[in-house]
Write a protein that binds this ligand. Structure first.
Ligand code: C5P
Length: 411
C-alpha cells in the first residue's frame, strides 16, 4: 500500500541538541515511506551531526546558511518554506522555540519559519528544567495557539544525566504525528474532480497544427492541490512538457474535440463529479479540414487558404444544467486587456459557478511561474463579486483555490 507520505515534501529543521543524531534515523524512515525530505541544519545542530551525513541520508544538499552565495541556496528561506507540505522541527531546542515564538530571523531556520505560512510540527528536546521554565512553556503555548502541532517531549533519563520531561519523542511517535497530520488534512476526501489543462493542438496536416503558448502549469498545479486535499482527480491535458502529477489519473489528448470527449466520459462515470475546473487554453477554432498528407508549397505562389470552424466549448458544455452537471464548475479567463470587464461577460456567457480571470501577454500568465487572479462569483442576491488575490506562484494559487473549494463544500 502506498504510504500517505509518498510524494510529500517535508522540510526538516534540525536544531542543536544532543537528540540531533536521532533526526538521521527520522530522515531514513521518512525516505523509506517515499517522502521528499529537505533539511536545514542549524549551526548548533552541526555541532552534533555533520551536513554530510544529513545530505547523504536525505539525498539532497543540506541547507545551513542564510547568507550563502551558492546559486541553489540563494533565497532558500523563501523557496524552502513555499515548497514544503509540512515543516518538522526536530529536535526543537529551547532557543529555537524562543526564536519561533518571538519571530526572530537571525539564521536560515528561523528565517524560513518566519517566511512561511505552512503547517509546523514541533518535537521539543532539551533539559527538563529548561523545558519546565515559564519562558519555554510560554513560548510553546504561543506556538500552539498559532496552530503549530506538537509531539513530545517524553520523560526519562536525559543526556545531561537528569531525569524528567525533555527527551525527544520516540521516532514512532514523531512518524505517527506526521501521518496523523496528513490524514486529518484531506477535506476533499470522497470528492471527484475533473481538471483540464494545457493547450490543444488542432491539426492542419500531419506535421502542422494551430496551438497556443499554454504551459499547463496552472492546471497541473490545481490537479496536484486537489489530490493533496484528498480528492479523486482526473486531469485531461493537452500537450505539455510537464510530468503527470502524482496520484492523479491523467488523460493526454491533442484536440479540443478529444478533450470534450474525455471530459464527457469522465463526467458520465459514477459517482457524479463534484468539481470541474477548466484551466485548459482550448483553441476556439480548428481548421475545417485536415490534410492527410503534408501540404506542399507547389507551383502556386499564393499560400493555401485556411478555413476555420468553431470548436466545442467544453466549459459551457459542462456548465449546462442536467443530472451530470458537477456541483461546482470553474472556468478561467485569460485576457490581454480589460480583464475584469471581459471576464465578467465571459462568466455570464459560459454558465459556470466561478471564473478565475488573469492577465496574459508579454511575461504574464502563459508559461510563467506566477499568476495574478481575480475570482468572480455570484453573491446570493445574484450580483457579481470580484475578489482580487495577491500575485503568487501558480502552486500557491492552486492551494488558495483548493481552500476556497473546501469552504464551498463545507458550506
Ligand atoms: O472563451 P475563452 O477561451 O476565453 O474561455 C476560457 C475558459 O473557457 C477557460 O476556462 C477554458 O478552459 C474554457 N474553454 C473551453 N472550451 C473552449 C474554449 C474555452 O472549455 N472551446
Amino acid at each position: 500500500m502506498t504510504s500517505a507520505l509518498a510524494s510529500r515534501t517535508l522540510l526538516l529543521i534540525i536544531s542543536g541538541g544532543i537528540a540531533a543524531y536521532k533526526s538521521l534515523d527520522l530522515i531514513r524512515r521518512l525516505k523509506e515511506e517515499g517522502a521528499e525530505v529537505r533539511c536545514i541544519l542549524t549551526e548548533g545542530g552541526a555541532q552534533f551531526i555533520t551536513p554530510l551525513s544529513v545530505s547523504a541520508l536525505s539525498g539532497q544538499s543540506v541547507f545551513t546558511d542564510l547568507f550563502s552565495d551558492q546559486e541553489e541556496q540563494r533565497l532558500a528561506h523563501i523557496r524552502l518554506s513555499r515548497e514544503a507540505d509540512l515543516i518538522i522541527v526536530a529536535p526543537a531546542t529551547a532557543n529555537m522555540l524562543a526564536k519561533m515564538a518571538h519571530g526572530l530571523a537571525d539564521n536560515l531556520a528561523s528565517a524560513v519559519l518566519l517566511a512561511s505560512n505552512k503547517p509546523i510540527l514541533i518535537a521539543p528536546a532539551m533539559n527538563n528544567i529548561m523545558w519546565q521554565h515559564p519562558a519555554t512553556q510560554a513560548n510553546i503555548a504561543t506556538l500552539r495557539a498559532r496552530g503549530a502541532y506538537q509531539v513530545g517531549p517524553s520523560s526519562g533519563m536525559l543526556a545531561c544525566g537528569e531525569q524528567g520531561a525533555g527527551r525527544l519523542a520516540e521516532l514512532d511517535d514523531i512518524l505517527a504525528a506526521i501521518h496523523n497530520f496528513f490524514s486529518k488534512n484531506k477535506p476533499l476526501t470522497g470528492r471527484r474532480a475533473l481538471v483540464t489543462s494545457g493547450p490543444t493542438f488542432e491539426p492542419i496536416d500531419p506535421v502542422r497544427f494551430l496551438g497556443n503558448r499554454s504551459s499547463g502549469k496552472q492546471g497541473h498545479a490545481i490537479a496536484s492541490a486537489l489530490v493533496t486535499m484528498g480528492a479523486e482527480v482526473t486531469l485531461v491535458t493537452g500537450p505539455t512538457s510537464l510530468p503527470a502529477p502524482n496520484g492523479v489519473t491523467t488523460i493526454s489528448i491533442e484536440t479540443a474535440q478529444d478533450m470534450l470527449q474525455a471530459c464527457q466520459s469522465c463526467a458520465a462515470q459514477m459517482p457524479p463529479l463534484d468539481i470541474a475546473i477548466c484551466a485548459a487554453a482550448v483553441a476556439d477554432w480548428r481548421p475545417e479540414t485536415t490534410s492527410t498528407s503534408k501540404l506542399k508549397k507547389g507551383e502556386s505562389t499564393s499560400p493555401p487558404a485556411l478555413t476555420l470552424t468553431e470548436n466545442p466549448d467544453i466549459l459551457a458544455t459542462i456548465s449546462q444544467p442536467g443530472t451530470l452537471r458537477p456541483k461546482l464548475v470553474i472556468g478561467f479567463a485569460a485576457e490581454t486587456d480589460h480583464v475584469t470587464e471581459n471576464a465578467q461577460a465571459k462568466f455570464t456567457r459560459k454558465g459556470c459557478d466561478w471564473l478565475l480571470a488573469n492577465l496574459v501577454g508579454a511575461n504574464k500568465g502563459f508559461g510563467q511561474d506566477n499568476n495574478q487572479i481575480t475570482l468572480i462569483k455570484r453573491a446570493p442576491d445574484g450580483a457579481m463579486t470580484n475578489d482580487t488575490w495577491p500575485a503568487a506562484s501558480k502552486h500557491e494559487i492552486a492551494e488558495t483555490l483548493a481552500t476556497h473549494i473546501v469552504h464551498f463544500f463545507e458550506g
